[in-house]
Design a protein around this ligand. Structure first.
Ligand SMILES: O=C(O)c1ccccc1NCC(=O)[C@H](O)[C@H](O)COP(=O)(O)O
Length: 266
């Protein structure tokens, strides 16, 4: 069994424990109170003047364990907004990432930035949860889903007015994602089956992404040079978690990361 398989088994068990018709009705009422902010549109706007960064609130991970013991989602979200993030990604998986839907809601309510629910989405119920807790976009991981599931979940996200970041790791997964007709593609340099991070592979995949899509480089980005290299490869957006979360003030760290690119663009 791979790491990803283990995570998916846990995800389905946790889901079966919290899902009920009453809870679904309650979530639908909550979801009606949130008007999703355009996640893809915010990335496109930011990318016109600077590297569009999706800054990730990530307390822990299965590959690294505890990353940021002191974790205040409101403070982190505001710091990252000040530092120049175009959007936020908030991990909501509890067992492996120590995230929560509550963190998502707090972060989203603390800033104007659109927020991604970062989780292993395998069921439409999680999409209702996402909007109810003020997400503006969800992640669909191609490696975790069949083609039929991808289609169903993408349609459910569209019905909920949430944008979809469609995540792939290799050519085969990208071919499946392209068939879906996504607007946003994320190429994750981390192999979710082995946890190995290899940005060189993601560099090669960039040229296969549609030119008019939002093209997000995910994982293993920690320096201005990384952003420059991935930009040269063809990416126009960057999902950054751990390297920011390990800094005392992640917003200051993000501003420092973006500064060389802003100077170069002047
Ligand atoms: O981060 C992990 O260990 C991980 C393990 C298994 C599945 C997903 C995992 N991470 C999700 C992500 O894709 C990253 O959190 C995201 O791309 C940010 O990466 P990084 O900047 O390297 O924290």
């Amino acid at each position: 069994m791979t790491h990803l398989d283990r995570i998916l088994v846990q995800t389905r068990i946790a889901l079966s424990q919290r899902r009920s018709p009453d809870r679904l009705r309650e979530l639908e009422r909550m979801a009606a109170d949130h008007t999703p902010r355009g996640f893809a549109a915010a990335l496109r706007t930011a990318a016109k003047t600077r590297p569009a960064v999706i800054a990730e609130l990530k307390k822990a991970s299965p590959s690294k364990g505890l990353i940021r013991p002191e974790f205040d989602p409101a403070w982190l979200a505001q710091s990252l907004e000040r530092g120049g993030a175009a959007c936020l990604s908030v991990l909501t998986d509890e067992p492996f990432f120590q995230g929560s839907l509550r963190n998502l809601e707090i972060a989203s309510q603390s800033v104007k930035l659109p927020c991604l629910r970062k989780d292993f989405i395998v069921d439409e119920f999680q999409i209702v949860e996402a909007r109810a807790h003020r997400a503006d976009a969800i992640l669909l991981i191609v490696a975790a889903l069949t083609d039929a599931e991808l289609k169903t979940l993408r349609a459910a996200a569209k019905a909920a007015e949430l944008d979809v970041l469609c995540e792939v790791h290799d050519r085969e997964e990208l071919a499946r994602a392209l068939d879906l007709g996504c607007e946003m593609f994320g190429v994750n340099s981390r192999n979710l089956r082995t946890f190995e991070v290899n940005t060189a592979e993601a560099e090669k995949l960039a040229e296969l992404l549609p030119a008019d899509a939002v093209r997000v480089a995910e994982s293993g980005i920690g320096s201005a040079a990384d952003i420059q290299r991935m930009t040269a490869a063809g990416y126009n957006a960057f999902l950054i978690g751990e390297s920011l979360m390990r800094k005392d003030d992640p917003g200051d760290a993000l501003a420092a990361l973006l500064k060389p690119q802003l100077v170069a663009a002047e």
